[in-house]
Design a protein around this ligand. Structure first.
Ligand code: ZN
Length: 424
């Protein structure tokens, strides 16, 4: 393997991660929501950093940012490129690594690979991934790939009613998104990805617990969600004997435990979660006559996901029936499990072996931009570095410097290899 001539250093990574973390609404932690002031500040800072490293920075209509060799002309979609990067937005009071780490790595790797033979390497920064301001679902990845219809810009809105189009107009005034060109949202992407790579913190505890430096992700889990509405009878808690109650909250409790059992018995990587419960009327002295319960099942294999989903739904129906309650199970959002490129995973595993970095193949339980690329038929690969105690979406998110650096250098080496020898 050819050794890199300008190797990424710890200050390159750590200094810029700290730099990016400065752009946040009030703390604790990092709050950088799509198109808000902190997001625009971070966007402009990244563009300046790219220029400092000798790259050009070009935003598309949605505010996705490409960091690329000045010799490349965005919009002229040849030649195909390797896209490497992550997302700029954060959750509310999140950490300084989620998205930011892959973004900084993409910037540095685009710089070190500039002018090298083979496929050009372009850093990408998606505008929105977390669903924390808008609930559009992977707005960045979808817009980057030309998978957003113009009408959606008026439908997707934040909690205060600001639409995607309005938020975008404000960002555009600050130069953080290109004016809508001919064809509007249907305009072709600025670069045609031959393949896509994303480096990310694991956001789970597996790599740290197993003392591994890298996770090569093979599949991204899908999920099924329901809103269960249980109806019984609100009665005086002091006068209604236990055997004569139609209590919806105890039913919800039983459903939650049954759902948990389904997840435990299925084994890893199955996860089943009850994330929200709302009994009514919510008083000391009234048996709850109505209850809303949110349930989610995740798995990375479609057939297992379907089976677990059917099991959870069946348990809920049986529990409601046994207790004489009415149950409406409303299907919420669903995502099918997404396989990533086996060929890219193979190259990554071989490289990790050669570099003697302890690693494993693994699924991802969390959704990532990479999923959108893979679903669009683009060979895509996601690579994880450890997260201390698995903590993420929290100001306590942390990955040691040595592991951040090793991950960035690994992806740099991977890019070089793939640029010269892209898998067929
Ligand atoms: Zn992320």
């Amino acid at each position: 393997m050819s050794s890199p001539t300008n190797e990424i250093t710890a200050p390159d990574v750590i200094g810029r991660l700290e730099g990016l973390a400065r752009f946040s609404a009030e703390g604790p932690g990092v709050t950088r929501l799509a198109y808000d002031d902190a997001w625009c500040d971070a966007h402009q800072w990244l563009a300046r950093e790219a220029q400092t490293l000798g790259l050009a920075a070009t935003a598309d209509w949605a505010g996705n940012l490409f960091l690329h060799d000045r010799a490349l002309s965005p919009g002229r979609i040849d030649p195909p490129v390797i896209l490497i990067g992550s997302h700029l937005d954060s959750v509310v009071r999140g950490g300084r690594y989620d998205g930011a780490y892959g973004t900084i790595a993409g910037l540095l790797i685009a710089a070190t690979n500039r002018g090298r033979p083979g496929l050009p390497v372009v850093g990408f920064v998606t505008c929105e991934e977390e669903d924390s301001r808008f609930h559009g679902g992977m707005m960045g990845g979808r817009s980057l790939l030309g998978r957003v219809g113009d009408a959606e810009l008026d439908v997707v809105a934040d909690r205060s009613g600001v639409t995607w189009r309005q938020a975008l107009a404000a960002a555009r005034e600050r130069g953080c998104a290109a004016p809508t060109g001919p064809g509007g949202t249907a305009a072709p992407p600025l670069f045609r990805p031959a393949l896509q790579l994303e480096l990310h913190i694991e956001q789970g505890p597996v790599l740290e617990a197993q003392h591994l430096g890298l996770g090569i992700v093979e599949r991204i889990a899908g999920y099924r969600r329901w809103i269960a509405r249980i109806e019984g009878e609100s009665r005086h808690s002091g006068t209604t004997p236990m055997r004569m109650r139609r209590d919806t909250l105890t039913a919800a409790a039983e459903m939650i435990l049954a759902a948990e059992r389904v997840g435990v018995e299925a084994g890893e990587p199955a996860v089943v979660t009850a994330g929200f419960v709302h009994p009514e009327p919510g008083l000391f002295n009234v048996v709850p006559g109505a209850c809303e319960l949110w349930l989610e099942v995740r798995h990375d294999r479609p057939e297992v996901l379907e089976r677990l989903a059917a099991d959870v739904a069946q348990h809920c129906r049986e529990i409601a029936q046994q207790r004489g309650l009415r149950l409406a199970l409303e299907e919420g959002a669903a995502q099918t499990p997404t396989p990533l490129s086996p060929a890219l995973a193979e190259v990554a595993v071989r490289l990790a072996q050669e570099l003697q970095i302890p690693h494993r193949r693994m699924p991802s339980g969390a959704a990532h931009d990479t999923m959108i690329f893979a679903q669009a038929g683009i060979p895509a690969l996601l690579v994880f570095v450890p997260s201390r105690a698995g903590v993420s979406h929290s100001p306590d998110e942390f990955t040691p410097e040595s592991e951040l650096l090793a991950g960035a250098r690994f992806m740099d080496a991977l890019c070089r290899r793939l640029a010269e020898h892209p898998p067929a």
